[in-house]
Design a protein around this ligand. Sequence first.
Ligand SMILES: [Fe+2]
Ligand SMILES: [Fe+2]
Length: 286
Amino acid sequence: MPPPPVNLPTVDHLAVLVVVDNTTDRSDLLGEHGLSLWVEADQGRLLLDTGQGEALAPNADRLGLPLQEADAVVLSHGHYDHTGGLPFVLDRARSARTFVHPSALAPRFSRGDAPPHRAIGIPEEAEAALRARPVTWTEAPTEVVPGVWVTGEIPRRTDFEDTGGDFYTDPECRQPDAIPDDQAVLVRTERGLVVLCGCAHAGLVNTLDYVTDLAGADAVYAVIGGLHLGRASPERLERTAEAVHRYGVQVLGPAHCTGPEAVRFFGTRFPEACVGCGAGTWFALT
Ligand SMILES: [Fe+2]
Ligand SMILES: [Fe+2]
């Protein structure tokens, strides 16, 4: 089935600030396993993800982030390391609309060596904060602010990409979790398409294939965010690099859960495009 049409005008201004990441070069910011990106476009500002909850508040204050003026808060998926900061964010961003795939609220677990297996879904307080006001549910592509869209569910078309881990929907870890809530943000600038990923559990190639379908484009200018390739096979890394090359990606910011080996691999393969992505990094994309 062809994807629904997306009206993706070219925005004149787009900047992305990494507010939370696993790493940071700045001594005045906190790093934590998590991701949060502040996005400024012509006609709106939004936060994509909120980290796991420790780093967001101090980093937002250090970076002078005007969270109270956010127009939207988007969750890339329902893992704790992207949603734990929601109570703080929604308390500050009183008028922001929220954009979430309904499956983000499902229980989910990561299998350890022995039970009890670890709950890794959205924390209770975060879910309560989310449910305290209207949510825009994003199974399908949805406009967040003018010119900025979130994909909704991303079709899984490749046969070499998985979700990147031992993920389950039940505490016994019997029912595999396909993480259908995984979604990316896309914006068109004069330089080309910009794609922001939370963890890219759908697979980076599936994500790039889908956003280019949605945009009617055959190239991608920038990819920033978590790419979840820590357990990727050499074949998957190679085929991911092929896609990055095919789409002509000029700015590649592998963040958060990409995995150090995959970051090194991309750095070697795309030395011109690959850039550090720790907390405090600004991307001027127009
Ligand atoms: Fe993550
Ligand atoms: Fe995740």
